[in-house]
Design a binder for this molecule. Structure first.
Ligand SMILES: *Cc1c(COP(=O)(O)O)cnc(C)c1O
Ligand SMILES: [Zn+2]
Length: 434
């Protein structure tokens, strides 16, 4: 399978060998995308083959990413692959959340069930496979949290040296704890995300470190399999809408690419529409999408949201995401901190739970159905991106009425659930429960 990297800019389309260590087009600076020009998998055959791999004990078949390896054929030698059995995440119907969102039915594709608790694992297994294939010894990323947790784990498993750079004091403890536990050398830099990215790019070039940030086109390839697995679970019936939170917009790019390819190769008969949800304080893509010209994204200088995984003011993958959302006849919505917090509590009450950024999906659905953009009887899948335990501090504060929005206003505990202090006395507790 001849894979190549191709520049995403329509006016450029420069092509590069898949073994070149580049992150952007050297001619125009554009984003790169993996391209499999001659590849035409047979849908019927692939569906049967992928299904049969579910009963295999081979590590690659047990991975919810590499099981679908014909969708991501950029590696030739699978010995460079390290799998922690990523993917394999459930598709969970949630009637209570559906009702809250104004829908007849809703299912969550929960990427929080991944080995390190977020969808970053789907991409990272591919990014690390590429690092090994290129013979790189050290890998690095700048991260709001989940990328560093995931990279640390996969680099550890692959015997690579992981270097994590994070903005000082701007990350949830659960995620930082994971990076430390998985053995990443972790640097907290006194600068914002974009400044640190520039710094790390310089270091990468100087020291021959492989960058595993979200523009890495191989991570995007891995994240495509979230859509493939979801459709496999639905017997290849494409939903009407797929809803996901948007930060750096790598996942939006990956989902769009996957669905386009699956449509082209006749795995599905129609394109689902993508609905990307941003937090109000970090919504540059929302502004772009609803601007008249949709020409250039205006950076948000000081992005603010408690949903730290989508606290991004300058999303690197916006050109791809804009193309994919437009192609799918999709939309972009934004939601406030109170809306995210309440939606998250509802997802918790379904017995499902997720981290704050993931709950933006349900909050967005509620808005989109109220506006009539999304029909009540639409067939909707929302992707929950991260695990409930990623940010327990947020949860405790919400339920006890101590959660504060970025500008100091209190979040109301609409669905709060306070722990109650009681005496060691059965009589009194029974009275309380009556
Ligand atoms: C990374 C992340 C996001 C944002 O995804 P992008 O691809 O950057 O848009 C959302 N939620 C969680 C939990 C994440 O880890
Ligand atoms: Zn280019």
């Amino acid at each position: 399978m001849p894979a190549e990297l191709v520049c995403f800019e329509p006016g450029c389309r420069a092509r590069y060998r898949v073994t070149e260590v580049i992150y952007n087009c050297t001619r125009c600076g554009g984003l790169l995308e993996a391209d499999y020009a001659e590849w035409e998998p047979d849908a019927g055959h692939m569906k049967a083959l992928w299904r049969s791999r579910r009963i295999s004990n081979a590590p690659l078949d047990q991975s919810g990413v590499w099981r679908y390896r014909e969708m991501i054929p950029f590696v030739e030698d699978f010995r460079s692959v390290v799998t922690l059995r990523e993917g394999n995440t459930p598709l969970l119907p949630a009637p209570k959340a559906a009702e809250y969102g104004g829908l007849d039915r809703l299912a969550f594709k929960h990427q929080g069930f991944n080995p390190t608790g977020s969808f970053k694992d789907n991409g990272m297994t591919c990014g690390v496979a590429q690092a090994r294939r290129l013979g790189m010894r050290r890998v690095a990323c700048v991260s709001t949290g989940n990328t560093s947790a995931s990279m640390a784990a996969y680099a550890g498993a692959a015997g690579l040296d992981p270097l994590v750079f994070i903005p000082h004091g701007n990350i949830s403890y659960g995620k930082l704890a994971q990076a430390l536990e998985y053995g990443a050398r972790t640097f907290q830099v006194e600068a914002n995300f974009d400044q640190i990215l520039a710094l790390v790019r310089e270091l990468a070039e100087r020291l021959g470190i492989y960058l595993l940030n979200s523009i890495n086109p191989f991570r995007i390839e891995g994240q495509k399999t979230i859509m493939v697995e979801m459709l496999d679970q639905r017997e290849w019936h494409a939903p009407d809408w797929i809803v996901l939170p948007g930060g750096n917009l790598g996942n939006t790019s990956a989902f769009g690419k996957a669905l386009r390819e699956l449509k082209r190769w006749e795995f599905i008969d129609h394109m689902p529409r993508l609905a990307v949800i941003q937090a109000e304080g970090a919504a540059p893509f929302y502004e772009l999408f609803h601007s008249r010209e949709r020409r250039r994204l205006a950076t948000v200088e000081h992005p603010e949201t408690l949903a730290t995984a989508i606290k991004i003011g300058d999303p690197v993958s916006w050109p791809k995401a804009l193309y994919e959302v437009t192609e799918s006849c999709g939309t972009v919505e934004k939601v406030g901190e109170q809306e995210i917090a309440d939606a998250k509590a509802i997802i918790g009450q379904c017995g499902i739970g997720c981290e704050p950024a993931s709950a933006a999906t349900l909050a967005g659905i509620r808005k989109l159905t109220a506006a009539g953009t999304m029909a009540r009887d639409a067939d909707v899948v929302a992707v929950l991106t991260g695990n409930v335990l990623k940010d327990p501090d947020y949860i405790y504060r919400y339920h006890t009425g101590q959660l504060e929005a970025p500008h100091g206003s209190r979040i109301r505990p609409t669905f709060g659930n306070q722990p109650v202090v009681v005496p060691n006395d059965a009589e009194k507790i029974a009275a309380l429960l009556a």
